[in-house]
Design a protein around this ligand. Sequence first.
Ligand SMILES: *[C@@H]1O[C@H](CO)[C@@H](O)[C@H](O)[C@H]1NC(C)=O
Ligand SMILES: *[C@@H]1O[C@H](CO)[C@@H](O)[C@H](O)[C@H]1NC(C)=O
Ligand SMILES: *[C@@H]1O[C@H](CO)[C@@H](O)[C@H](O)[C@H]1NC(C)=O
Ligand SMILES: *[C@@H]1O[C@H](CO)[C@@H](O)[C@H](O)[C@H]1NC(C)=O
Ligand SMILES: *[C@@H]1O[C@H](CO)[C@@H](O)[C@H](O)[C@H]1NC(C)=O
Ligand SMILES: *[C@@H]1O[C@H](CO)[C@@H](O)[C@H](O)[C@H]1NC(C)=O
Length: 773
Amino acid sequence: MAISALTVFSTFFLLLLFTTATLSEAATDTDTTTYIIRTRSDLRPSAFPSLRDWYSSSLHSSDNILHVYKNAFHGFSAVLTDAQASLLRAQPFVLSVLPDRARRLHTTQSSRFLGLLNANSRLLAQSDYGDDVIVAVLDSGIDPKHRSFGDVGLGPVPPRWNGTCQAGPSFPAGSCNRKLVGARFYASGFKAATAHENSTAEVLSPYDSDGHGTHTASTAAGRSSRNASLFGHASGTASGVAPRARLAVYKVCWTAGCFNSDILAAIDDAVSDGANVISLSLGSGPVPYHLDPIAIAAFAATAKGVLVSASAGNDGPGEMTATNIAPWIATVGAGSIDRSFPADVVLGDGTVVAGVSIHTGSASDAYFPLVYAGNVSTSRVGYHSSAPFCMPGSLDPDLARGKVVLCERGAVPRAEKGLAVREAGGAGMIVANQMIDGQGLVPDAHLLPAVAVGATEGIVIHAYIAGQSQPRVRFVFHGTRLGVKPAPVVASFSGRGPNAVSDYLVKPDLIAPGVGILAAWTDSAGPTGLSADARRTQFNVLSGTSMACPHVSGIAALLKGAHPEWSPAAIKSAMMTSARVTDNLGRAISDESSGNGSTGWVVGSGQVDPERAVNPGLVYDLTADDYVDFLCGSNYTQTEIRTVTRRAADCSRRSAPWDLNYPSISVVLEEQREAAGRLEEVTVRRTVTNVGRSGAEYSVDVRSPAGSVVTVEPSKLTFAEGGAKLGFVVKISAEERRGGGVGSARTEFGSITWRDGKHVVRSPVAVTWRGQY
Ligand SMILES: *[C@@H]1O[C@H](CO)[C@@H](O)[C@H](O)[C@H]1NC(C)=O
Ligand SMILES: *[C@@H]1O[C@H](CO)[C@@H](O)[C@H](O)[C@H]1NC(C)=O
Ligand SMILES: *[C@@H]1O[C@H](CO)[C@@H](O)[C@H](O)[C@H]1NC(C)=O
Ligand SMILES: *[C@@H]1O[C@H](CO)[C@@H](O)[C@H](O)[C@H]1NC(C)=O
Ligand SMILES: *[C@@H]1O[C@H](CO)[C@@H](O)[C@H](O)[C@H]1NC(C)=O
Ligand SMILES: *[C@@H]1O[C@H](CO)[C@@H](O)[C@H](O)[C@H]1NC(C)=O
């Protein structure tokens, strides 16, 4: 088979996918606490040149000040003992001293945002924090010395574990422990593909010299780490979603990419090693399942009871950009959390443009000259198309030196733009979204002061530059803000449906936190991942569906721990039917790229809600044979099916592909058939398994997609006992023509929801009208 490089889905370097989570295993420790101190800044004595000096003097130290707030909120935040806090309260200039609750226990915020609260979590309690579950992470390896991977207090390695710990450079024998139970690396595919290249920079061991794998592994199952932050940003206690789950690491990604051959070998090994969940924050464009090595290997894993969770990719917001879209994979898109890193771009005329930044230097009141990158190109003749994007070497130092450069988003990783501006002597950078990116902002740890702004803001800045003889600008950094609303919002970059391979399968399946996620980082790379970045940090803030995927992997591990008997399909169903479709303002989760509500192609079944998933009431279960029926019904040939399943298929049943017992529903109505004078009707069959109490009585609530009528028979289901299965039939008929004529397709979304007064079991329903071709 041809070897092709896959890319990882992070929004910098190539495309890996990332995350971080926060949970405190050590919630009782109270020696110091982060406090937010609100002050009357107008009382600052003139003896203190700055607010920071004044606040430091009041604490007799500047070391523990996290942020100084000067704009909407006046005051500062600091890590204090109770005694220091009491002293501050007595100061006349102090209005209030509030413990930073959300941060104290849950700094990396995303687990807390998902409702995984340490003290009250039924899921964490029932699963013993994932103690008996092994999560395999296929990525760029792991930094085994990181404190997120310590094993203090963990019991023996689960007896099921059958893997090994491969030693090598930077990964000495003994690097594994009761937390990191195994580690291997897969270099044959990458070596074969890059034999002609100079790859001496690669570390041939499971060691992670990149950082991505350390980040994703710690998000899924890192231990609780207090005092985690990226240079003070997002500070607090960082913890993986399943803090006691065991990690098995399979290094398949190298500088040159992640090779199919290596990934296949790693998935094979992960299954025979005894992993329960496989986390794949990598992929490539959507291809038919029999041509997709990840889909093929994931099928084998699923058939053996191993859940595969994979990122939907970062190629949004266009349609059909979701990857890893086989029905047996949990396909995860990315949303924001209620934390952001606001910063302002203040233009010389006083206009304030809002953006985000995780710049860590001190703010300056000085204005800098502002130039558009396209106007400071190295090319003296004509238009140099790489300059607007601040591509390496495209900016002329004579024109950019000492200035803030406005760069367009796109074409190269954002961190590389910062390097290009720095190399040209620039003082700072603004990265403006193009229209396609909408208002979606991603905070990056740039090498110089930089602010990311939305497409609308970019237009404002362009207009300002065009109208001024001497445009100038300054930045104001506001640090970390919690309690942001609305959240989640689906990230612009998140891969979207419809499913490019199967019309009858909604993808992505669900979303999870993937924007501005704090998690562990390797000590071999700076936070931008650029070789020019000499900074080092134990934790890094990354964005991507790479970050969302390990959240779902960790939740799947917790669900497996709580319900060891559940199949991968049951675990996935529990996460999907209990997912949330509203944000923290109670409105439909919106789409960052349009600002409008998200359709099912964007958000799938919704944002994963772990505390509801542990007790879903009903599940839509599936076996390997059901997937084979689906492939038969989708007209895959015997040879193609065999490629996926490694055995001959019996396609005599010819079941319809929309009858796959999936937790969501997608049907297509062909407009040409309406011409025959009859509006089309599709009959969809589903079976639910009661995983709740005996005697449960459910009734259905149907929201028909616009232009169609959906009925469910029977509309009530009564389960004599736990474990019982009951079927129902969904009839979907066209009520009116919805498509736009020849060659067009239009989809409307509705839902069917089963309720028993305690559980809410929701399935999105997609109806697509397709014009005559
Ligand atoms: C390969 O890379 C190493 C280390 O980066 C360097 O020292 C060596 O000169 C390179 N060899 C070639 C042939 O480029
Ligand atoms: C917290 O982390 C910072 C930065 O890594 C470090 O300087 C500081 O000493 C740490 N504080 C504690 C209490 O560990
Ligand atoms: C354990 O691993 C060995 C080789 O690594 C493999 O042959 C064997 O099948 C595995 N055992 C199980 C139960 O998968
Ligand atoms: C620089 O670029 C802007 C676009 O932001 C353009 O409107 C302006 O005319 C250019 N200025 C010069 C001096 O070339
Ligand atoms: C957002 O919704 C408005 C109002 O329904 C609509 O006019 C607009 O086209 C939508 N925008 C996008 C990008 O879908
Ligand atoms: C499979 O092929 C049959 C016969 O050509 C066709 O009627 C049917 O629509 C196809 N099914 C799918 C899912 O493409």
